[in-house]
Design a binder for this molecule. Structure first.
Ligand code: 4AD
Ligand code: MG
Length: 466
C-alpha cells in the first residue's frame, strides 16, 4: 500500500519502522548516478522535501531502467526504509521494485533543474505546481483554508453558500462582469434602441458577484453568525501585484455585533490561521523565509503574538500628512488611501498590522453604518506590511431611514434593494462583518511578491489560460 512521503519523512532513526517494506508514488525531481548505485529524489507533493530512493546497480534491469528515470517521470517505488547516512535526510528507501508509470522526455521537459522566473512559470501553469515554490504555496493555501473553517466552526458560525451569479453590485464600484446568453452581434434591442434584457437568460442584467456580503446579511439576520468562503470577481483593470479578476473571499457576518466586535473577530481570525500555519507548515515557511522573504517566520510570529494597532482614519491621515516620505498621491482628509499610504502606515510607521476605522462616508459603500458625527461610517480596514489592505469590513446600517438616505445619496435605486431594506423593516439588529482577501492573506503568509503566484490559475486582464 502506498504511503505519502510526508508520513515516511516523519519516521525517526532507530524506530521500529526502519527495515520495513514501504511503497511510494510520485514524480522524479532529480537523479544522481554513481558507480555502485543511483539516487532518485521522488516528490509526491505531500511535503516540500521528497524522498531519497537508492537503486543499487545489481537491481535487475538497472541499465534499461536508468534512462527512463528522468526529471518529471512518474514512478512507483517499493523498498525497505533505511536510516540515511547522508546528512540531508533521516531516512531513505532502498528500492527493490521501481516502476516507471509515465516517462518524461528529458530534452523537452520544461522544468529543467535551474531557477525559473515566476513569469515563465505562469506560462506553464499546468506544470508549475511541481516546483518547490508553487507546491509550498498550494500546501499553505490548504492549511489556511482548513484553519478558516476550524476557526469559524469553533466559534459556532454556520458556513453558508452565497450565489456566484447575482443582480446586485454589492460594492457599488461598477467593476462587474456580465453574465449573459445573448450573442454579441445579435443583442435584441427595445423600441428605444436599448438592450432588451427581458429576452436575456435571467430577464434582467446579471453579473458575477463581487462579494457575498448582502446574502450573508440575510442569513445572519436569521441564524446570527454565518460565513461564506467562495470565489468573487472584479473587472478592475488594475495590473498590480495585488489584484486579481477572480479571487477568493472569506466573509463572516455577525448579528448583534458592532464595529468593535468586528475588529476583535478579524484580529482573532488572522492570528488563529497564521498560528495554525506556523505549526503545520513549518518546512514550507522556512523555505519561503530562506528563498523568498527573509525574516518571514519571525514577522508572522510577531503578528500572532502582538496586538494590532487600532487607529481612526482621521488620525492616520494626520500621520501621513506629517510623514517625511514623499507620496505619489497626496493625502488629505477625505481621500481614499492608496496602497503606498497603507503600506507606509503598516510597514514603516507602526511596523505591524493596523486596523483603521471610521472612514469618510463619501469614499465607502452605501451599507456602512453612519457614525454620529454624520461625516464618517463605521468601516474598518486591516493593513499589513508589504501588502496594504488585507481585510475590509464594517458595521452595517441597520436603521431603515438612514439606509434609504444613503442609497439615495449614492444614486442607487431603492427598488433594486427592496429585500435588503426589508431586513431593516422586520426585526432589524445591529450587525457587522468583513471580507478577507484569501490570496492577499496567502501573499502575506508566504512573502510572495505577486498575487498571480499564490493562486493556482490566475485571472487578470488579458489572461485566462489554463
Ligand atoms: O474591501 P472589499 O471590497 O470589501 C468587500 O467586498 C466587503 N463586501 C466585504 C465584507 O464586508 N463582507 O474586499 C475585501 C477584501 C479586501 O480587503 C482585499 O483583501 C480583497 O478582498 N480584494 C482583492 N483581492 C484580490 N484581488 C482583488 N481585485 C481584490 N479586491 C479586493
Ligand atoms: Mg476595501
Amino acid at each position: 500500500m502506498r504511503t505519502k512521503v510526508r508520513v515516511i519523512r516523519g519516521v525517526k532513526p532507530g524506530s521500529e519502522e526502519i527495515g520495513q517494506e514501504v511503497e511510494i508514488k510520485g514524480w522524479v525531481r532529480t537523479v544522481r548516478e554513481q558507480k555502485q548505485f543511483s539516487f532518485i529524489d521522488v516528490n509526491d507533493g505531500s511535503s516540500l522535501t521528497g524522498m531519497q530512493v537508492l537503486i543499487p546497480s545489481e537491481y535487475p534491469g538497472y541499465n534499461e531502467l536508468l534512462p527512463k528515470l528522468t526529471a518529471g517521470a512518474s514512478v512507483s517505488v517499493k523498498g525497505t526504509l533505511e536510516e540515511s547516512p547522508g546528512g540531508k535526510q533521516a531516512v531513505e528507501i532502498h528500492a527493490n521494485h521501481v516502476e516507471v508509470i509515465g516517462t518524461a522526455d528529458a530534452a523537452s521537459y520544461p522544468l529543467q533543474k535551474k531557477r525559473h522566473t515566476f513569469e515563465f512559470l505562469r506560462s506553464i501553469a499546468h506544470l508549475r505546481p511541481r516546483t518547490n515554490t508553487l507546491g509550498a504555496v498550494a500546501r499553505v493555501r490548504n492549511t489556511l483554508a482548513y484553519a478558516t473553517h476550524n476557526f469559524f466552526q469553533q466559534k459556532g458560525f454556520l458556513y453558508i453558500q452565497t450565489p456566484i451569479i447575482t443582480a446586485s453590485d454589492c460594492e457599488g464600484a461598477g467593476e462587474l462582469f456580465r453574465v449573459t446568453t445573448m450573442e454579441h452581434d445579435l443583442v435584441p434591442k427595445t423600441d428605444e434602441g436599448l438592450v432588451d434584457y427581458a429576452q436575456d437568460f435571467f430577464g434582467k442584467p446579471a453579473y458575477l458577484t463581487v462579494s457575498g456580503q448582502l446574502n450573508a446579511e440575510i442569513y445572519a439576520s436569521a441564524l446570527s453568525d454565518v460565513y461564506t468562503f467562495g470565489p468573487t470577481f472584479r473587472a478592475e483593470n488594475s495590473n498590480t501585484s495585488r489584484h486579481l479578476a477572480e479571487f477568493w473571499m472569506i466573509e463572516p457576518e455577525m448579528a448583534f455585533a458592532d464595529i468593535n466586535d468586528d475588529q476583535d473577530l478579524a484580529e482573532d481570525y488572522l492570528k488563529f490561521v497564521l498560528k495554525a500555519l506556523l505549526e503545520y507548515n513549518e518546512e514550507d515557511l522556512h523555505f519561503f523565509d530562506k528563498f523568498i522573504s527573509n525574516g518571514l517566520v519571525d514577522r508572522l510570529k510577531l503578528v500572532v503574538d502582538e496586538n494590532f494597532e487600532r487607529v481612526s482614519y482621521t488620525y492616520a491621515v494626520r500621520i501621513l500628512e506629517k510623514a517625511p516620505k514623499k507620496f505619489e498621491y497626496p493625502v488629505r482628509w477625505g481621500v481614499d488611501l492608496q496602497s503606498e499610504h497603507e503600506r507606509y502606515l503598516a510597514e514603516e510607521y507602526f511596523k505591524k498590522p493596523v486596523i483603521l476605522v471610521d472612514y469618510p462616508k463619501e469614499i465607502k459603500a452605501f451599507y456602512m453604518r453612519l457614525n454620529d458625527d454624520d461625516k464618517t461610517v463605521a468601516a474598518m480596514d486591516i493593513l499589513v506590511p508589504k501588502i496594504g489592505e488585507i481585510v475590509g469590513g464594517s458595521q452595517r446600517e441597520e436603521r431603515l431611514s438612514v439606509l434609504e438616505e444613503r442609497l439615495a445619496s449614492q444614486n442607487l435605486n431603492k427598488e433594486d434593494y427592496w429585500w435588503y431594506l426589508e431586513l431593516r423593516k422586520y426585526g432589524t439588529v445591529p450587525h457587522a462583518g468583513f471580507g478577507v482577501g484569501f490570496e492577499r492573506l496567502v501573499q502575506f503568509a508566504t512573502g510572495m511578491e505577486n498575487i498571480r503566484d499564490v493562486i493556482p490559475f490566475p485571472r487578470t486582464p488579458g489572461k485566462a489560460e489554463f
